[in-house]
Design a protein around this ligand. Structure first.
Ligand SMILES: [Zn+2]
Length: 151
């Protein structure tokens, strides 16, 4: 029997589901809960400034966050439609402008939270992949700019 190629750090290994959700909702590093994920409205840090955890493990990593964003948008829209149309008797004509506006703007507002939840839930369900993102990384220094800042 072979040994695992690496040891899962305690920060990732002891991550509970409620912790993962809380760190996702608060837009914090899923490994340490201290570092911020975003440096501005839509721009993300490459690594955690506190523990060095790499946020984007590979190109296109955050494509999966669109599933979370779409899922929340569809679930809220469906629940709202059923409640307003069948529960309160609103007509389709009354509901259409509000529903269209919601479908267009909610994903933009929810973008940061979808990415953060994707990252934290991925760390919860894939601890080996998360520990690989953590091993070999070191905290970003304050005067060390991310690649996007150097451009
Ligand atoms: Zn961190």
């Amino acid at each position: 029997m072979s040994q695992p190629s690496h040891v899962i750090p305690d920060d990732i290994g002891n991550l509970t589901f409620p912790q993962a959700v809380r760190r996702g909702v608060t837009l914090r590093c899923p490994a340490c809960a201290r570092g911020k994920l975003f440096r501005r409205l839509l721009g993300m840090h490459e690594k955690c400034s506190d523990c060095g955890f790499s946020f984007e493990r590979s190109p296109g990593y955050f494509l999966g966050s669109t599933y979370i964003n779409y899922g929340f948008t569809a679930a809220i829209t469906t629940a709202s439609y059923v409640t307003l149309h069948f529960g309160l008797g609103c007509t389709n004509g009354q509901l259409l402008p509000g529903m269209v506006a919601f479908i267009l703007f909610f994903p933009l507002v929810f973008f940061r939270f979808a990415r953060s939840l994707w990252l934290s839930l991925d760390c919860y369900f894939d601890r080996v992949g998360a520990s690989e993102a953590m091993s070999g990384s070191r905290p970003a220094e304050d005067n060390n700019l991310d690649a996007a800042d150097r451009r």
